[in-house]
Design a protein around this ligand. Structure first.
Ligand SMILES: *Cc1c(COP(=O)(O)O)cnc(C)c1O
Length: 462
């Protein structure tokens, strides 16, 4: 028994359907003229696109009189077996990787219908891909967003968003303790080349925020919550309200939380952005980023991405989709491990301070408690030692890899001074608050007991 399923709700009777031997893949060719053929819409992310084989259009190669025109095996190698239709793999359990850079049209009429919005399809890989679109739909659901746009990296999402939304001579507000490359982009590009000015505030400085919003024509507020590496948490509902009252777009980078622990859009922000490289994909094997929010704002960013071109590859899309299936399980485990780690660290005699928003001693504990369902998998702490003694702790742990990044199944450990700020003089590091004795521990999904026994022996012995 073979089954045929139509993708876009448009039905047609198949004249020719073959089923691949031993698989559940159904190859469909739609009947009749192209207007009745079952076609996918760009909103229906089903990857199959049927092309009528019986029409007179360009897709008719391989049937009837056209055959004689193309008789060489060179042409056959390129075209045979593919012109009659595409597999509509509605029965595959996983979302297929649609590895194409472009999409074809039956004839000029169909192309014009597409251009005028009466026929929905994909056009070119920079403007959309069905595998990537499934990622966007899943994330939109998780973030409770109207629309989502995925891209090739978290930095690409952030820079594309800023270029799309901030005008020349505009003013933005950001917070200290923000991702270094974002800060660099604001300084070296927005400020130096577009004459954008910026107010930089402590994440908890709400009075400063109100003043900055009143004194400047602020386009956009941008902060992380929690931040890296001190896990500061802004008061998202209050910040969102103040921004809205003053006509500024509020944007929160929720990479460290993920929508499992925090849904910034529900808390009132206009846009949430994230490096999907971290928890969302979750396996330290792919780079990606996303932005989610209203159709209107995400649409503006998509328009810019169509020009700049930082799209995600469909293979990467598959890995992101696969990773997201276990997101909730991984986050639950990482929340628990990090909380236990923070408590254990607090009691260790060689640890001076533990930065974890789930600890009442953290400056933003109240904010975190009010707006997060879990406090995340990263713990930062300061040891009782100098740069090289701290390095000794790092070198003595055996389970986590010494590596930048976070959010994957493998635990990672780093000394921010060495990994992210080694090119900066000690005074600059002090200025931006990066202490030499600071360690960032990003919990993976290993057993807590093993991770703690390992970290404890390193702390006991330095
Ligand atoms: C990693 C990270 C980024 C950058 O994302 P990439 O995917 O590495 O480009 C931005 N913001 C935060 C908070 C991050 O952790």
């Amino acid at each position: 028994m073979w089954r045929v399923r139509n993708a876009g709700g448009l039905t047609s009777t198949p004249t020719c359907s073959t089923r691949a031997h031993g698989s559940r893949c159904v190859l469909v060719r739609a009947a009749g003229g192209k207007r009745e053929s079952a076609r996918t819409s760009s909103l229906d992310t089903s990857p199959g696109v049927d092309k009528s084989s019986s029409g007179s259009g360009n897709g008719a190669f391989g049937s009837g009189g056209a055959e004689g025109l193309f008789a060489s095996s060179g042409t056959d190698c390129v075209h045979k077996g593919e012109r009659k239709g595409r597999p509509r793999i509605k029965d595959a359990l996983t979302t297929p990787i649609v590895q194409t850079s472009t999409y074809w049209f039956e004839d000029t009429e169909e192309l014009i219908e597409y251009q005028e919005g009466r026929y929905q399809s994909y056009e070119y890989g920079r403007y959309g891909n069905p595998t990537v679109r499934v990622c966007e739909e899943k994330i939109a659901e998780l973030e409770k967003a109207e629309e989502c746009l995925v891209s090739g990296s978290g930095m690409n999402t952030a820079t594309t968003m800023l270029l799309a939304l901030v005008p020349q001579h505009g003013h933005i507000i950001t917070t200290t303790d923000c991702y270094r490359r974002t800060r660099q982009f604001i300084q070296t590009f927005l400020a130096d080349k577009m004459n954008v000015t910026a107010t930089v505030l402590d994440p908890s400085d709400l009075e400063g925020l109100e003043r900055a919003l009143k004194e400047n024509d602020v386009t956009l507020y941008f902060s992380e919550s929690p931040t890296n590496p001190y896990l500061r948490c802004i008061d998202v509902p209050t910040v969102s309200r103040l921004c809205r009252e003053n006509g500024a777009i509020s944007v929160v980078d929720g990479t460290f939380a993920t929508p499992v622990n925090q849904k910034p859009l529900e808390l009132g922000v206009d846009l949430v952005i994230s490096s999907g490289t971290k928890y969302m994909a979750g396996h330290n094997d792919v780079l990606c980023g996303y932005i989610a929010g209203s159709k209107e704002l995400v649409g503006q960013v998509k328009h810019m991405q169509n020009i700049l071109g930082g799209v995600m590859d469909p293979h990467a899309g598959y890995l992101l989709l696969r990773g997201m299936k276990t997101l909730e399980l991984r986050i639950a485990r990482q929340n628990e491990t990090a909380m236990r780690m923070a408590l254990a660290l607090q009691d260790h005699p060689r640890v001076k301070v533990v930065h974890y928003p789930g600890l009442p001693s953290h400056p933003d504990y109240e904010n975190a408690k009010n707006q997060m369902r879990g406090y995340g998998g990263v713990v930062s702490f300061e040891v009782d030692g100098d740069l090289w003694q701290t390095a000794k702790v790092i070198d003595s742990v055996r389970l986590p890899y010494i590596a930048p990044s976070l959010g994957g199944v493998e635990s990672l450990i780093e000394q921010p001074t060495v990994v992210s700020y080694w090119d900066q003089p000690a005074e600059t590091r002090a200025e931006i608050g990066i202490k030499d004795s600071l360690i960032r521990y990003a919990c993976g999904i290993e057993n807590f007991e093993d991770l703690w026994a390992d970290l404890k022996q390193a702390l006991d012995g330095f």
